[in-house]
Design a protein. Structure first.
Length: 87
């Protein structure tokens, strides 16, 4: 069900048979990412650096896609550049 997510953990400390880890990254597999990309749609990518309340810096990456309305007649559903900049 969630097999398309790749999670990277960094081992910070080893205590006997236990490892203390920190979250390092999460990625989507290539086939999942390619299955999301479609012809005649706009792919919008963005990133931002966020500082959490406990002092960590987290870089967030976002991918968004446009989609057709239910009763849309035209074949494409592109986003305008001003709309992309707002996102």
């Amino acid at each position: 069900d969630q097999a398309f997510r790749k999670i990277k953990l960094c081992i910070e400390e080893v205590q006997g048979r236990n490892c203390l880890t920190d979250f390092h990254a999460m990625e989507l597999t290539r086939d999942k990412l390619y299955s999301l990309v479609r012809k005649w749609h706009t792919m919008i990518e963005g990133h931002v650096d966020v500082k959490t309340t406990d002092g960590y810096m987290v870089r967030l990456f976002v991918i968004a896609f446009t989609m057709k309305h239910k009763d849309q007649v035209s074949t494409n559903c592109y986003a305008q550049s001003a709309q992309i900049r707002k996102i």
